[in-house]
Design a protein around this ligand. Structure first.
Ligand SMILES: Cc1ncc(COP(=O)(O)O)c(C=O)c1O
Length: 417
């Protein structure tokens, strides 16, 4: 029987977040302003519809908030139209499928094992169940394979192509995909698939100008707001096409969602404002510097990183070929010494998904907490030493305590700066 109240459990989770090194690449710590809006009285209000066209009265201020959030996100990403109502990234993606193509149509998406997301065509997701998915992946170096993409495009004649990833550490050349799709169009009487980019993971890096923007090239762009963008949990859809935004708006509401979460939309708006500042640009730059320094430490020690390095906020460490432990064992063992990350499949993984050969490691959250390159270098050493001891079955309570103390010291050292 759990005795704690909800408030007590939240306090326990707060403690965990304060005393853990958070390396999950899709997590972050938003500002107090964002948290205040997300926890505000705006949650009380029903506002089905869009600004100026609501199905409920009393939406004067709600309209101001949603209109401002749309203006702010369009300014941030330099695009014409936005829908800020999707409750999450998966809903944003669902809206695009439903708005632009028909059930059963062919869609090309990045394979989950290569770094794609479930909603890019996995058979356990609506995407793989309702559409005919042709997956593309990475080459033998773990880098997106444009030749394979092109071959499959000409073979399967898709209605939509999705580019974007959940665990891919290299810069994505959106223009190269646009060029391939346009060239395909020329040889198909002008008929070409919609080009959708899911920038969920790198949205903050794009906002901060350290990753190229897909906006000039894609027909439609989806994102989450809670990863590198450092906002509340949520989704959004951007486009420069009036025709597409009309279809998207109808699909988000009433097509797949009911009342918008206006407290979250206000929090998204604040995050768009915050991301449009010189401080955020510096933050985005630091995320990448930290990620490169962190990754290099593993590479220098001879550990295997998928694609051989990173250009962005994360990398996938192949623990299985490096020291013979699965991603699951790495995740569980590091959790015991207050390091949080997630197991991750590697391309052509020899282990099943619940074990996996690697872990995904990201720097956005700890960069928010002020960590710099040297802190991540120290962390890498602690992680490698501990996982190596674990692989040799040399971890006991004493070792676990010794390494937990090292992590606590490192956190304290940064906090004291
Ligand atoms: C690339 C990508 N798209 C979409 C999503 C889905 O976001 P959500 O969990 O908010 O549905 C994720 C989540 O990890 C993601 O990595």
């Amino acid at each position: 029987m759990i005795k704690e109240t909800y408030e007590e459990i939240i306090a326990l989770e707060q403690e965990r977040q304060n005393h853990n090194v958070e390396l999950i690449a899709s997590e972050n710590f938003p500002s107090q302003r964002v948290l205040n809006a997300a926890g505000s009285i705006l949650t009380n209000k029903y506002a089905e519809g869009y600004s100026g066209k609501r199905y409920y009265g009393g939406c004067k201020y709600i309209d101001m908030i949603e209109t401002k959030a749309i203006e702010d996100v369009c300014r941030l990403f330099n695009c014409n139209y936005a829908n800020v109502q999707p409750h999450c990234g998966s809903s944003a993606n669902l809206a695009v499928y439903r708005a632009l193509i028909n059930i059963g149509d062919t869609v090309m998406g990045m394979d989950l094992g290569a770094g794609g997301h479930l909603t890019h065509g996995h058979k356990m997701s609506f995407s793989g169940q309702d559409y005919n998915i042709v997956s593309y992946g990475v080459d033998e170096n773990g880098v997106l394979d444009l030749d394979e993409f092109k071959t499959k495009l000409y073979e399967c004649n898709p209605k939509m192509v999705i580019v974007g990833a959940s665990s891919y550490s290299r810069t994505i050349d959106y223009k190269a995909y646009r060029d391939i799709i346009d060239e395909y169009g020329k040889s198909h009487g002008g008929e070409k698939p919609y080009f959708m980019v899911d920038m969920a993971h790198v949205a903050g890096l794009i906002a901060g100008g350290v990753h190229p923007s897909p906006i000039p090239y894609a027909d439609v762009v989806t994102s989450t707001t809670h990863k590198t963008l450092r906002g509340p949990r949520g989704g959004l859809i951007l486009t420069n096409s009036e025709d597409i935004i009309k279809k998207i708006n109808k699909t988000v509401f009433p097509g797949i969602q009911g009342g918008p979460l206006e407290h979250i939309i206000a929090a998204k708006g604040i995050c768009f404002e915050e991301a449009n500042t010189p401080e955020f640009k510096k933050y985005a730059e630091q995320i990448v510097k930290n990620s490169k320094a962190f990754c290099q430490e593993f590479l220098d020690a001879g550990w295997k990183v998928i694609s051989g390095g990173t250009d962005n906020h994360m990398f996938v460490l192949d623990t299985y070929s490096s020291i013979g432990i699965s991603g699951k064992d790495a995740e569980v063992s590091l959790d015991a010494i207050h390091i949080t990350l997630n197991k991750n499949q590697i391309p052509n993984d020899p282990l099943p998904p619940l074990k996996s050969s690697g872990v995904r490691i990201g720097t956005p959250a700890m960069t928010t907490k002020g960590w710099l390159e040297e802190d991540f270098r120290k962390l890498a050493k602690i992680m490698m030493d501990y996982m190596t001891l674990y692989s040799k079955e040399e971890v006991d309570e004493k070792v676990e305590k010794e390494y937990t103390d090292k992590i606590v010291d490192l956190i304290d050292e940064v906090n004291a700066r």
